[in-house]
Design a binder for this molecule. Structure first.
Ligand SMILES: [Zn+2]
Length: 370
């Protein structure tokens, strides 16, 4: 017997929609993980691709978390895209406006994450207040006949050359090897690039400077919907693993699902009820700072199902998913996991000291609290 497939979001079944894809609890734009939890046969292809994918792309480009995730560039992507109406970012390396346009990356050096500068081609997209950073060494690795290179070239050719900046690093003004490589690459991509102005700063000057990031960002509706979706995905995964799938179609969660799907709008404050800055992992307390990973949890609070999400070690969003049905308001209701984009692991978190460092694997369940 084939079980009827039902989309946990739109409620349609396999006579109405298809279920070929799998929905990642943590969107792939936030990393790849071993045994990454997914919802299979639970989220229809329409919700997954047509509704969520474009939202996730905007989340990656237009939020603080998306920006910092991209600055780490864990997966050696060849392009970084940043901007949009909800995010303004300025970097300052103290060498004047020209050099402040360089996009810094975060690399792990001698026990800490430090901002570093990598040869890059920066393409401004003033029409939507954003920019794209192309990484020279990563693009050089692309197969010239492959889809990625061809798509990139087709896009770059349409760009006005005056919006293109090249940043490379040299030990002296005469050392033009790296800059020439970048120029050759941009020409290979099909841009008629002519060097207009060139500036040089000593390598020592740059290394010794502290890079400052000034950010102005607002949590827009797209971002709030994606954060809420991650929270509900996680809850859904735990409910399914606990064989309480029916809980997901409880009318108490209809409103939040309609909100995630964009069928209704809600004031952001009604969904993300608070934003906290906290250190909640033992290792972080010891280190005195945040670890650049993602944590999700849910608990019952005043009768409500409340999720807490923090991505890439940044602020914690406190999200209301709905009234928790009475019968689930028990002591062990709740769950928490940590997604580590550096080691590509997903770890269960527990308040039970007997399980700390015990090697006991904490699975997905809605009854994970002690
Ligand atoms: Zn659906």
């Amino acid at each position: 017997m084939v079980e009827k497939e039902l989309c946990v979001y739109c409620g349609r079944d396999n006579t109405q929609v298809t279920f070929k894809g799998s929905e990642h609890v943590m969107p792939r734009l936030m990393g790849t993980f071993k045994d990454s939890p997914t919802l299979i046969h639970c989220v229809c292809d329409h919700c997954n691709s047509a509704v969520f994918n474009p939202l996730e792309t905007r989340f990656k480009e237009g939020t603080m978390e998306g920006l910092f995730y991209q600055m780490h560039n864990f997966e050696n992507k060849y392009q970084i895209r940043v901007g949009g109406k909800n995010l303004k970012v300025n970097f300052s390396i103290g060498l004047g406006d020209f050099f402040n346009q360089i996009f810094p990356f975060l690399t792990y050096q001698s026990g800490d994450w430090k901002m570093t500068l990598i040869p890059q081609i920066k393409v401004l997209r003033p029409e939507n207040n954003s920019f794209t950073v192309l990484l020279v060494t990563e693009i050089q690795k692309l197969n010239r006949d492959g889809r990625d290179f061809k798509e990139l070239s087709a896009w770059v050719k349409k760009v006005d050359p005056k919006n293109v900046r090249i940043f490379a690093f040299a030990d002296s003004p005469d050392d033009v090897g790296e800059i020439n490589e970048a120029i050759a690459l941009i020409r290979e991509l099909g841009v008629d690039y002519k060097e207009k102005k060139s500036h040089h700063a000593g390598h020592e000057d740059i290394v010794q400077k502290q890079i400052d990031v000034q950010l102005e960002d607002t949590v827009g509706e797209d971002a709030a919907r994606i954060l809420t979706k991650i929270a509900f995905n996680y809850f859904a995964k735990c409910a399914i693993e606990s064989e309480r799938r029916d809980l997901l179609s409880h009318p108490n969660f209809q409103q939040i699902k309609d909100y995630v799907l964009g069928r209704i709008t809600l004031p952001t404050k009604k969904v993300i009820v608070d934003i906290a800055h906290e250190t909640d992992i033992y290792d972080e307390v010891v280190a005195g700072g945040r670890i650049p990973g993602h944590r999700i949890s849910f608990v019952e609070q005043d009768g409500k199902l409340v999720s807490r999400i923090s991505l890439i070690g940044k602020r914690t969003y406190i999200i209301h998913l709905g009234e928790l049905p009475e019968e689930y308001r028990c002591e062990n209701f709740g769950s928490a996991h940590f997604f580590d984009p550096i080691r590509h692991n997903v770890l269960g978190m527990t308040q039970n000291p007997a399980k700390w460092n015990s090697g006991i694997k904490i699975g997905f369940s809605i009854f994970n609290r002690i």
